[in-house]
Design a protein around this ligand. Structure first.
Ligand SMILES: Cc1ncc(COP(=O)(O)O)c(C=O)c1O
Length: 400
């Protein structure tokens, strides 16, 4: 019998690791690699946030904290939820975790039992299904289509619900597609959930502030207040405030779930880093002026990438509402052959050949549960993006 936990047999190794490893190897060999795989802003953490962390260190705020966050951060989160989302929460309804990822993980560990089903719209952030599996649950993917701009319909949600459904995970704007549901589109989904009182909603609002054009972010408990008692609203400072390394995420929801999440956290990491928590207080309470400034840059990059990818025969790339990803479909390239003789059998073969032949690293769609596609993160410089898209154009033009 293996020494290792059987639970791990349920979880697949990260499908993105192969691409990342290959990119690293090629770089080490001297190839000019452009990485479009990173899920983090290329901006630095704003200075006022860094200053708050330095001040916290100087003031000796360097000890254990309450497992699920300092009162000042919980209050800042309540104020943020009221200010931005019109949602009323008390500090007892808030859980702070080591990144958005740990917050979601705690929520699954605190609530899932063997056989519980979790509905996950595909394409999805790679961690959702594996976290559900680690918690003993069963992920149920519902495929959004290119035709519907990577959003699922009310009918699809209705059809996926069974007596075993525990959670519906909602992520808008989405990783990996950038698709964002308007309040009207979201209302159609919340109307379905109203009919099924046993289903709870875990909404991952991580990309809330990364929204472009006239898209207005909406979150389930705001759109349908009747769902407030069975909604866990999750968010974090990683993406909006360029704080991926600081590891602070949070959830707001019913007190019994928050308490159970605290129990999980108290026996794993004890508490999120004290200094990062003080930095997050400043992120949420301090100036927000850089958010629209960053968005001007992101929108410009999105438009350039979408235009350059759509100019390729065989590629269709919808213009997403938010986040910093695009998810082009490559159905028109499947079955073609590269000049070196590699057949593009699927999106993984495409991304491997693209990397080996041109040095552009993207993540293939199968990793996110919807093919044939690939994900581009445009959280890198305009010059890098232009060069990378030019290489993708040349690579695709040479396919026969
Ligand atoms: C949709 C989504 N949720 C959550 C996270 C996790 O964020 P954090 O870095 O705060 O753990 C990510 C990070 O890539 C994400 O894309």
């Amino acid at each position: 019998m293996s020494f290792l936990s059987k639970t791990l047999d349920r979880v697949k190794p990260s499908p993105t690791i192969a691409v990342t490893t290959l990119a690293g190897e090629l770089k080490a060999k001297g190839m000019d690699v452009i990485g479009l795989g990173a899920g983090e802003p290329d901006f630095d953490t704003p200075q006022n946030i860094k200053d708050a962390a330095v001040a916290a260190i100087a003031a000796g705020k360097t000890k254990y904290t309450a497992p699920d966050g300092i009162p000042e951060l919980k209050q800042a989160i309540c104020d943020k939820l009221k200010r931005d989302n019109g949602l009323e929460y008390t500090p007892a309804q808030i859980s702070v975790g080591t990144g958005g990822k740990q917050t979601l993980y705690n929520a699954f560990m605190a609530t899932l039992n063997e056989g519980d089903e979790v509905i996950i719209p595909a394409p999805y952030w790679v961690s959702y299904p594996d976290m559900v599996l680690l918690g003993g649950g069963t992920p149920v993917a519902v495929e959004a289509t290119l035709e519907n701009n990577f959003k699922i319909t009310a009918e699809q949600l209705e059809a996926a619900i069974t007596p075993k459904t525990k959670w519906f995970i909602f992520n808008s704007p989405s990783n990996p597609t950038g698709a964002g549901y308007s309040a009207d589109e979201l209302k159609k989904l919340t109307d379905v959930l109203l009919k099924h009182p046993h289903v709870w909603i875990m909404t991952d609002d991580m990309y809330e502030h990364l929204a472009y054009d006239d898209f207005k972010f909406a979150t389930p408990a705001e759109v349908e207040p009747k769902l407030y008692d069975r909604t866990l609203t999750c968010n974090g400072v990683s993406k909006a405030y360029a704080m991926t390394g600081w590891r602070i995420g949070y959830a707001a929801g019913p007190e019994n779930v928050i308490k159970a999440m605290r129990k999980v956290q108290s026996q794993s990491t004890s508490n999120p880093c004290s200094i990062s928590q003080w930095a997050a207080v400043e992120a949420l309470n301090g100036t927000q002026h850089f958010l629209p400034e960053h968005n001007v840059v992101f929108k410009r990059r999105r438009d350039m990438v979408v235009d350059m990818l759509n100019a390729i025969d065989g590629v269709t790339c919808p213009t997403p509402e938010g986040a910093f990803y695009v998810y082009p479909n490559i159905a028109g390239l499947i079955g073609k052959t590269t000049p070196k003789g590699t057949v593009i059998e699927n999106d993984e073969a495409f991304s491997t050949a693209l990397l080996e032949d041109t040095g552009v690293a993207v993540v293939f769609g199968a990793a996110f549960g919807l093919s044939p596609n690939f994900r581009v993160s445009y959280a890198t410089s305009d010059d890098n993006l232009k060069e990378a898209c030019t290489r993708i154009q040349t690579f695709c033009a040479a396919l026969s």
